[in-house]
Each structure stands twice: as structure tokens, then as C-alpha cells.
Ligand binder design. Sequence first.
Ligand SMILES: [Zn+2]
Length: 357
Amino acid sequence: MLQQQLCMSLSADPTPSPTPGTVAYREYDFHDREEDVEQALNDLLARTKDGLLHVLIDEAYFGGRQKYGPTHSTFVTRLCQSVPGLYLWAASVVHTDIPPELRPEPLTVPLRCAPSVLREITPAIERYQTSIHNYSNSGVPAPGDGLSVIRLSHHGNAHTGRWPVDCAQCGQDIAAELHRLGVGNTLCYRDVFVLTRSSDLQDDISDDGGRVVSPASPVVRGLRAAGLPVCVLSKKNKANAPRLERDLQDVALATTDRLTVAYYGYLHGMERRVVVVLSGRNQYHDLSQTDDSIEVFDRLEAASRCTTQLIMVPTPTPTTETNTTAATFAIATTTSKYIDTIPRTSRDEDNPSCIVQ
Ligand SMILES: [Zn+2]
């Protein structure tokens, strides 16, 4: 949305200008092109005004667990060394990885979720408090407690498969609940995310002739059978990158009135009034994780996208499976929290605080 708004400003005044206060659009590839870091630094330094620079980074990773973590760290460290008046807001940061040149000021006021939703997220944060700050009691009263969390059951004769994503009945049950909430009537379909960690989620896969060679996941078929317009963003969409990019942009701008069923790794930073969380495993990453550990991810990365009405669809723990692996892993903070960091070397105490929402 922010990118879209800046591009609108740019189209209103497309004259290229290097001066501060004007919009310039640049794309850099920090993932695969190290030389882009140098270029980005030069371009930003050229727009520094009176020794001040304000930078906002979404989905920043500074640790070594991600390929671009060291690159992000280098970029921020070089900025700190070059601009004494640097103010940097970074969302979704594991605070144990922050470069030492930054003096962190955690902003932990809950900005997105109703208290009823926060109560689903905070137990997960408390389990991993060594790398994630918990929400603070801001003293700013919420407008209300929010709607009670709805819990659906993937259990019973009509339900199939180990996980809700494999179950058409879960799709039907979710659709019935959404209709009861007024989705498609007082609420739009675009107000709803159905999110999962499952790498098995997929839409219909067709051959070049348009013939479906692999049908959509049962939960998607269940939603469509109930008449809901559905867009699917799955890891298997990666095979069609241009379509995935179009769909992501469409979801980010909420252009089309349709419900989004997605692998939640694609929707960092986005939010919706109604969020349905389907428990599920990522078969590439989670083989050593317990169901309990995966539930933590679901709460931090999926439930935290919800502003108002959360619907959880857990998976009953199979009695025959032993879950003894205490896996060690780190988790990014939810993007509903932000860390405001400034250089250790300089801080203007009189500078008014900035609020990012
Ligand atoms: Zn089910």
C-alpha cells in the first residue's frame, strides 16, 4: 500500500529530481546482487538533508539464518556510520540480531489486533521471549475487547486428511461460519484471509491446454463449493511467478473482492478484519518440529494478521505419534510490532517521536 501511494505521488509529478521531499522509485536486489547495497547507500546518502535521514524497513532480517541477513546488517551498519542523524524503523525484527551500531527502542504497543486476538498471540511470544519482545500495556484503551475467537473442529466422520487443508468439510464449515458473520453481505470477501503454513496448499494446476491435471486442495474446493470467490497463493504458485506477483499485488491493494487462501509467508505485513488459521506443516522446514512448535508459528505469523475476528482450525493431535523433539529455532516478531532504532552515536532527545502504524 505504501509503495502504491508513493507511486501515485510519482505519477502526479514524474519529473526526476534528486532532492529530498520528492519521490524517486528504485529497485535493488539485496538477495542476489551485493553491488546493489553500495548503490542503495549512495542513493540514500544523496538524499540526506541536514544530516538527517529517516528509513523504514519492512521484514528486516539481520541474523545469519537468512541468506540476506548479513546483507541487511551491512546495509544498516554502513548507514549508521555515514549518517549521524539516522532514524530507522524496522518491522519484524528478532531483537537479538540487531547490529551493535543501532540503539534499539522497542515499540511494543499493539496497533493492529483487538485484545481478544492478542490473547491468542501473547502465549506464543512468552514461549520465545528471549528473541521477541512481548506487547506492552500501552495505557491506551482499546475501543473494545473484540469478537470472541471462533474455534472450528477438524474432527468427525465427514472430515478427511491429517490437516484442515486436506479437508473439504473444513472448507464448507469455514464458509458457513463466514456467511454467518456476514461475509458477502455486510463484510466483503476481500476482508478475509485464510492462512496456513502448509506447503501442500495449492490451486488447480492445469496443463498448457487448460486441462486440470492436479485439482486444488480439498479445503479450497470446499470453499468454492459453498460459493465463495477464492484466490489461492501457495508455494506451488512459484512455478508461475508472473501470476503469483500479480495476485500478491492484487491482495496487497485489495483490488478484487475475493477471499484469499494463502501460505502465510507471502503475506507478511498485511492484515484483514477476519482471519482463519488452518494448522499445517511446511514439509520443507517442519519435519523435526512438534505440532506444538508449529502452533507457535501459526499464532505469531497468521493470527497476528487479524484485526477483529479470528477463527482457529486446529488439528487434533494423533495419539499414535510421538512428539519428543524439542526443536530449537528463532522466530521473527509479528509485524504488528515495530522496533524504532537509532544510532548509538547520536540521538536528538528533542526530536519528536514518530509513530508507525
Ligand atoms: Zn476437516
